[in-house]
Design a protein around this ligand. Structure first.
Ligand SMILES: NC(=O)C1=CN([C@@H]2O[C@H](COP(=O)(O)OP(=O)(O)OC[C@H]3O[C@@H](n4cnc5c(N)ncnc54)[C@H](O)[C@@H]3O)[C@@H](O)[C@H]2O)[C@H](O)CC1
Ligand code: K
Length: 508
């Protein structure tokens, strides 16, 4: 699914009106009717006090339509107009008149803090103050209103966006409605997936309001959400008449004394993802550990007992290296990375201490083979690209880095993002149980395994992130997030891939 910018959504709105020959008011009525139906289905006639806070733009216009329809349905509704400016939109004005005329209700005008109503914890608040039109800081009393609504603990449903949130930017130090639900029009907004803002949107539900299909299909998106539908199209099935040589040779290069588990996890994950042959390249102290815990792997020890040092690998064309898991950052180990970067021309996967080595020696960045995949967690990312002021700036910096060094970067988090030049892919699977030691090593192994099988690097990253997180979701389906350990993810990788081809269970 595509994520569009606020500007693109405004444009989509115009094109829809033109192509479907409907007025802005008719589109507003159509969109808001869908919101009303959604809320009505949930409330099911409940005797609850509904407070609708409407701005004076089109988001406010939506709020007025929803309020009118709820009143007509017999709900107890109070309407508050948040009068933050005198530039009222036509959609607002028209619906303001209709509410007054048809329902005989009197919307309350809010102009300052003195006008705020009491909001009880058992009220039901509909937030229609701002939508995608917000573009500058709110005046003080509107900020206070948002804080008041948040403090009330009332159940809150936001129309299109929680007010105070920008779709694709950020206003510093500004309160945002903490919605329980956000009913958003046509397409999710980027801010719903970023660590600093995601929680404000609560549960997001996308409401199809019939925006022009051609526009949606042909307009290039700001970002793309990756779910089952997208992942299934990325999978490369095996054909019958093949042998292990057709599925590549991956080298997992890492490990140091006390950190051999990383290599075991990563190597095993690469094998479970379907790589034909796998060699673990490790310091000598890991030999027995690897051979015992993973008999399917070949082991190549470097000439040092406790950490990696330079060694010659007999690499053949198409062999793929996954570098850095549990490696430490000893200067002698960095010599191995340096020599590999000089030697290898095919894309590599670089993770963990491999990334820390790059941060320590930025001159190595220029040597990274084109299309390599880097998989940093937030701290490793910061060491690589420097700090950022907000999540949008972080995305910009990662895109810049991706273009400069021609690499794909997997920014790990609750919605892991894969960034390849201008493209942003946001993963929608996964759970908090995956924030556990070794989970990243498993992901590195998965992506290295896919690269070795010939997946295009950006696709290996996007597909690898999806099945890794999907496996994590399947682990907790018969457990709890707290109990998940990284090895469990490996055991479910096969089921995760199989689930791509299974229909969801339907209840009888
Ligand atoms: N996109 C669609 O397909 C549809 C969208 N609908 C709804 O319309 C809003 C967007 O409406 P718009 O009037 O453009 O913006 P807002 O209501 O969010 O904001 C109003 C207005 O306020 C000005 N403004 C911005 N920031 C501030 C500020 N800090 N203080 C004061 N004033 C500010 C700015 O000029 C805005 O234009 C969308 O979210 C949907 O809810 C349609 O109803 C259906 C189709
Ligand atoms: K809103």
């Amino acid at each position: 699914m595509k994520i569009f910018t606020a500007q693109q959504l405004h444009e989509a709105d115009q094109i829809t009106q033109k192509n479907q020959q409907i007025t802005s008011l008719e589109l507003m009525e159509r969109a808001s009717t869908k919101i009303f139906e959604e809320i009505n289905n949930r409330l099911n006639g409940a005797e609850i006090k509904i407070k609708v806070f409407c701005g004076i733009g089109n988001n406010g216009g939506d709020g007025l339509v929803v309020a009118r329809k709820l009143m007509e349905q017999g709900y107890h509704v109070d309407v508050y107009v948040v009068n933050y400016s005198d530039k009222r939109s036509d959609g607002f004005l028209a619906n303001y008149r209709v509410v007054k005329e048809e329902t005989k209700s009197r919307p309350v005008l809010l102009k300052s803090e003195e006008d705020f109503p009491e909001i009880k914890s058992n009220d039901f608040v509909i937030d229609a103050i701002f939508g995608i039109g917000l573009n500058r800081p709110l005046v003080g009393w509107v900020q206070k209103l948002i804080t008041r609504i948040n403090d009330s603990k009332a159940f809150k449903v936001a129309i299109d966006m929680p007010s105070g949130m920008l779709a694709d930017g950020v206003i510093k130090d500004q309160p945002i409605i903490e919605a329980n639900y956000t009913l958003t029009f046509q397409a999710p907004k980027l801010a719903f997936f970023l660590p600093e803002t995601a929680s404000y949107a609560g549960n997001v539900q996308i409401i199809d309001i019939g925006i022009d299909r051609k526009y949606l299909a042909e307009t290039s998106a700001k970002a793309i959400l990756i779910g089952k539908e997208q992942a299934v199209s990325l999978y490369q099935p095996r054909s019958k008449f093949t042998h292990k040589g057709d599925y590549g040779h991956a080298y997992i290069v890492g490990g140091s004394y006390g950190m051999m588990g990383s290599v075991v996890l990563s190597s095993k994950a690469a094998l479970r993802t379907g790589v034909g042959k796998l060699t673990s390249v490790i310091p000598q102290c890991g030999y027995d550990i690897l051979q015992t815990s993973l008999p399917e792997a070949m082991v190549n020890v470097v000439p040092h007992d406790i950490h990696l040092v330079e060694t010659q690998l007999e690499l053949k064309e198409g062999d793929i290296i996954g570098f850095g898991m549990g490696a430490g950052t000893h200067e002698k180990s960095i010599e191995l990375l340096t020599s590999l970067l000089h030697q290898v021309k095919t894309p590599m996967l670089i993770d963990a201490d491999g990334l820390n080595m790059l941060s320590k020696h930025p001159e190595l960045l220029e040597l990274i083979p084109e299309k390599s995949v880097l998989t940093p967690h937030p701290k490793e990312l910061e060491r690589l690209i420097g700090s950022w002021n907000n999540d949008f700036e972080k995305l910009d910096k990662v895109q810049e880095f991706s273009k400069k060094y021609k690499v794909t970067i997997v920014v790990k988090g609750s919605y892991t993002m894969t960034i390849s030049s201008d493209n942003i892919y946001i993963n929608t699977t996964g759970n908090p149980g995956m924030a556990t030691a070794g989970s990243g090593d498993v992901l590195s192994g998965v992506i290295t395994g896919l690269l070795a099988q010939g997946y295009d690097p950006a696709i290996a990253a996007v597909f690898g992130v999806y099945i890794h997180a999907q496996a994590g979701d399947m682990v907790i389906a018969d457990s709890v997030p707290d109990a998940l350990i990284a090895g469990d993810i490996i055991e479910y990788l096969g089921k995760a891939i199989r689930s791509l081809f299974e229909k969801p269970e339907t209840k009888a």
